[in-house]
Design a protein around this ligand. Structure first.
Ligand SMILES: [Cu+2]
Length: 305
């Protein structure tokens, strides 16, 4: 049997038993770590993708680059919620697929069914009525938080998803075609009214008159009622006319438009805000923010285009 041999750094072979402990230590110390050349390439980032250096940037971020690169790269400053009529087929696909994925069984909480359920609770239970989501103080703030949380949940499935809005004041002749496939409607487990006719929805003149007023409560109550928010729910009919309306993906487009009208109104009347900024929107754990925390859409990470 051949005796095991040690090879020194200089390539000299030494019989193991012939090396004294002190010499063995020296032999190991002489061993150099193997250095592998790593191929690198330069990644060029578009200027529009760069973010301003965050104020919370510290020396620790320099020690751990993986902590700071997300601040810099690959995230636009704000998500853009687009008019549904300007969505590309790919953007429609992202939105619909993310919703369908969230509705699949086995998805981690909060699931699509849990989102629908809190809307049912808000409308149909005495406890839910206290949240002020409908016919109360928090119609606008509650639905803004609700949409933001659903959008965040969809983004966890596909980071490129944003909620589209349906401007049914301008585009009232039909429900957005991408959401009218009869097979989809049956797959989603929802129904719609027999036919859609948007003639009785608020006109552009009525919307302008609403935007001109500068009292928050008047603005909110008018926007919630017919011929605005409530009328659209009734005209679409089927599931959209029930407390389970968020089961219909059209709900998010409808409410994104309501939210945009509020955002437009806020731009016209800066500083005119709900009278209950400290109220916490309910229910946890899906809803977490106070009324004050949902006043600025940019603070929630999105703008309307
Ligand atoms: Cu609602």
């Amino acid at each position: 049997m051949a005796r095991p041999k040690l090879q020194t750094a200089r390539g000299k072979l030494v019989a193991e038993w012939s090396v004294k402990p002190a010499e063995l230590k020296a032999l190991h110390a002489a061993k150099r770590p193997k250095v592998e050349k790593i191929k690198t390439r330069v990644v060029r980032i578009a200027k529009s993708e760069l973010r301003i250096m965050p104020s919370e940037f510290t020396a620790a971020h320099l020690l751990h680059p993986h902590r700071w690169w997300p601040f810099y790269f690959c995230r636009p400053r704000y998500r853009v919620r687009k008019n549904q009529k300007n969505l590309t087929p790919t953007e429609w696909q992202r939105f619909i697929h993310a919703i369908e994925a969230l509705a699949e069984s086995g998805m981690p909480s909060p699931t699509y069914a849990e989102f629908v359920q809190i809307h049912i609770d808000a409308m149909d239970t005495p406890a839910g009525h206290m949240w002020g989501a409908h016919g109360g103080a928090n119609f606008l703030s509650w639905h803004r938080e609700y949409l933001a949380k659903l959008e965040a949940r969809l983004i966890a499935i596909n980071p490129l998803v944003t909620l589209p809005y349906w401007d049914w004041v301008t585009d009232r002749t039909a429900i957005p075609a991408a959401l009218t496939d009869s097979q989809d409607i049956s797959d989603w487990g929802i129904t719609r009214g027999a036919s859609f006719n948007g003639n009785s929805l608020a006109s552009a003149a009525q919307l302008n008159a609403l935007l001109a007023g500068n009292n928050f409560n008047t603005f909110q109550n008018t926007l919630e009622a017919a011929p605005f928010h409530n009328r659209l729910h009734v005209l679409v009919g089927g599931t959209m006319a029930t407390s389970a309306s968020p089961a219909d993906p059209l709900f998010w487009l409808h409410h994104a438009f309501i939210d945009k009208i509020w955002a437009d109104w806020q731009t016209l009347h800066p500083g005119v805000n709900p009278p209950n900024p400290a109220d916490v929107l309910q229910p946890a754990p899906i809803m977490t923010r106070t009324v004050a925390q949902v006043l600025d859409t940019r603070a929630l990470g999105y703008v309307y285009a």
